[in-house]
Every structure is written in C-alpha cells, then in structure tokens.
Write a protein that binds this ligand. Structure first.
Ligand code: ROI
Length: 167
C-alpha cells in the first residue's frame, strides 16, 4: 500500500480572469481548487490588476497565484483545472489570447519538467509575465523554477509595467 502523504507534491497554479466580475471568478476558483480531492491549499497571493498581454481590445485582468500540495498526477490535476474553467463558464472561441472568464494554468509541479502535447510545465510564458512572477514571488520568494532558475533573478529581469496589487 502506498502512503499518500509521502507522495505530496507542491504545485503552483496561475489564475486569471477579465470577464464577468473577475475578482469573484478568482475567489470562486480558489474555493473550487481547494475542494478538489487530493488537493490542499498552502498559500494564496494577493489579487493583482494587470493590463492585457496580447490583444489590447479586451478588459484588464485580475491575476493571482495559488500554492497547493497534491497527490494527483499532473494530468489529473490539469483535467480538474479544466473542469473548473468550464464550470465557471469559459468558452473557448478559438481566438488565441482572447478575453476569458477564467484561466487556470499549472505553472509549476514540484521539480518536474513536463513536455506533453497538452501540458508544458513550468509554464512556457512564466519568465516573461509580470502577472505571474510577482504574485508567485509574493508567496514563494525562495523558489527555484525548474529549468529556469531563481525566482528573484527572473523577477529582476521582468518589469512590473502596469501590474498593481489590489488590497
Ligand atoms: N494578460 C494578463 N494581464 N493576464 C492574464 O492572465 C492573461 N492571460 C492570457 C493572455 C491572453 C495571454 N493575456 C493575459 O491568457
């Protein structure tokens, strides 16, 4: 018998929303993630207001990062996150980088580097995105990002731009 507590992995999830009351979308997603069987919340960043990366003809975003402990394999966790996105009304319209009610990205999964057709971890955009790096740094200032290095070094190279912490 496997002892599940020895299989716990620390993972980080990026949350983003720019439609239909983004602050509430992020708060509901936090609750839904914490309720996944095999997931436990360890930390949650402040909420951040950010201007859109990509097409500018869309509303500003609210972003946050959540740290969890989980015994789910990465693909199972991904499917749970996609289910929550769908339950919160996300419609995939085929437009790349368009507005969305809820976006949940698996940023980091333990020390693993994962390159599957549907899942790349650490998340490809992580090092260039202020709206990911700043909330991540807030809850994990000592983090080593697998394959990318020290979070503090990544942050130092990434201007804060329009990012603003909400209280
Ligand atoms: N821009 C911001 N500011 N925040 C996001 O979460 C976000 N998510 C996206 C794209 C469309 C790339 N732009 C974003 O997926």
């Amino acid at each position: 018998m496997k002892n599940p507590t020895t299989d716990l992995v620390t993972a980080y999830i990026g949350l983003g929303s720019n439609l239909e009351n983004p602050v509430e979308q992020i708060k509901s997603a936090r609750t839904a993630i914490a309720q996944i069987a095999g997931v436990q919340e360890l930390a949650f960043s402040s909420l951040y207001h950010s201007s859109p990366m990509g097409p500018q003809d869309q509303p500003d975003y609210v972003n946050a990062v959540m740290c969890i402990a989980t015994n789910l394999p990465p693909i199972d966790l991904l499917h749970c996150l996609q289910r929550i996105e769908n339950e919160q009304g996300r419609v995939r319209k085929g437009e790349r980088w368009g507005a969305r009610t809820l976006d949940l990205d698996m940023l980091i999964y333990g020390d693993q580097i994962i390159e599957l057709p549907d899942l790349i971890v650490p998340h490809t955009g992580l090092a260039e995105r202020a709206f990911v790096l700043y909330p991540l740094y807030e809850i994990a200032p000592q983090l080593q990002v697998p394959g990318k290095g020290d979070i503090a070094d990544l942050l130092a190279k990434c201007p804060m731009n329009e990012l603003r912490r909400l209280d």
